[in-house]
Design a protein around this ligand. Structure first.
Ligand code: HSE
Length: 287
């Protein structure tokens, strides 16, 4: 059966709100076959046929060509946790778009698929790294998509801390201020530039300073009760950067040394929630 493997992503990376995203080697795998009706298996119950983002995205691609969607049986093997800030929705959107393009015999280029997926998601910083892999900055404006891939130092290790609760992206966006001050805008531009150079070179000071954000993390961390204690634990054990992954509630930490998983796990018992930690490796290929 044809299959599409779609990776997890971590958006924002602190100051790069709605711009930067990083692709990881954790993936959802979707297999499909052309049948006489639509059927989905392997999804959790909230993703019934009407709410299944893979099928919705699949149908969107057919609608763009004014064609009736060809029914498929879709089976998902999901490893990316849902509503945790690791791009599970983007993985479904990319899967739907890519499968439709395959079933239709590739009428669209990868760049066109990237635009459609960004339009469905509403922001590019998960779907673009999910499709292209690696560390990517992107801007989608007036149907023009700009993407820039950046190198990442092999000195760096990435850790995600995933809690036992979900947080909807919509909720995590609602609490943000509609406008930001000039001082915060300047700080985020400065930090984004420092961070990208830090990620390229593995420079600890640049990452430590550059990962700080003033436009979304201060508000969103109020939804993540353990945020400050997690940050303290990570920095105590040699972490050089800490922020929220995407809209949260997962947190992302960066290290230059080997990650002391056991030591961190011991300290996590002091948190209000249960946190699962996983080292993540960069996926340079995307979907
Ligand atoms: N940039 C988006 C946000 C990512 O932070 O809301 C959400 O997946």
């Amino acid at each position: 059966m044809p299959r599409v493997v779609v990776p997890a992503t971590s958006a924002n990376l602190g100051p790069g709100f709605d711009v930067l995203g990083l692709c990881f080697d954790l993936s959802n795998t979707f297999t499909y076959s052309i049948e006489s009706d639509f059927q989905c298996t392997g999804f959790s119950s909230e993703y019934d046929m009407d709410h299944n983002l893979v099928i919705k995205s699949y149908k969107t691609i057919f609608a763009l060509l004014s064609q009736d969607p060809i029914p498929i049986h879709l089976h998902a093997q999901c490893e990316i946790p849902i509503s945790r800030g690791l791009g599970s929705s983007s993985s479904c959107i990319i899967a739907g778009c890519v499968i439709a393009n395959e079933v239709l015999n590739h009428p669209f280029t990868k760049e066109e698929i990237a635009k459609f997926a960004t339009t469905i998601e509403g922001h590019p910083d998960n779907v673009i790294p999910c499709l292209f892999g690696g560390l990517v900055a992107s801007k989608f404006n007036d149907n023009h998509l700009f993407t820039v891939s950046y190198p990442i130092s092999t000195k760096l290790h990435f850790l995600v801390l995933i809690p036992d609760f979900e947080l909807e992206t919509a909720t995590a966006r609602e609490i943000l201020k509609p406008e930001i001050s000039r001082i915060d805008a300047i700080s985020n531009i400065q930090n984004t530039l420092l961070l990208l150079e830090g990620l390229r070179t593995g420079n600890e000071a640049l990452i430590h300073e550059g990962i700080n954000d003033t436009i979304h993390v201060p508000y969103r961390k109020t939804l993540i009760e353990d945020y400050d204690i997690l940050k303290h634990i990570v920095y105590k054990h040699g972490g050089i950067g800490f922020t929220i992954s995407g809209a949260g509630p997962t947190c992302l930490a960066i290290f230059t040394n080997e990650i002391p998983i056991d030591d961190i796990n011991i300290e996590l018992v002091t948190c209000a929630h249960h946190w699962k930690i996983m080292e993540m490796f960069i996926n340079m290929n995307g979907t």
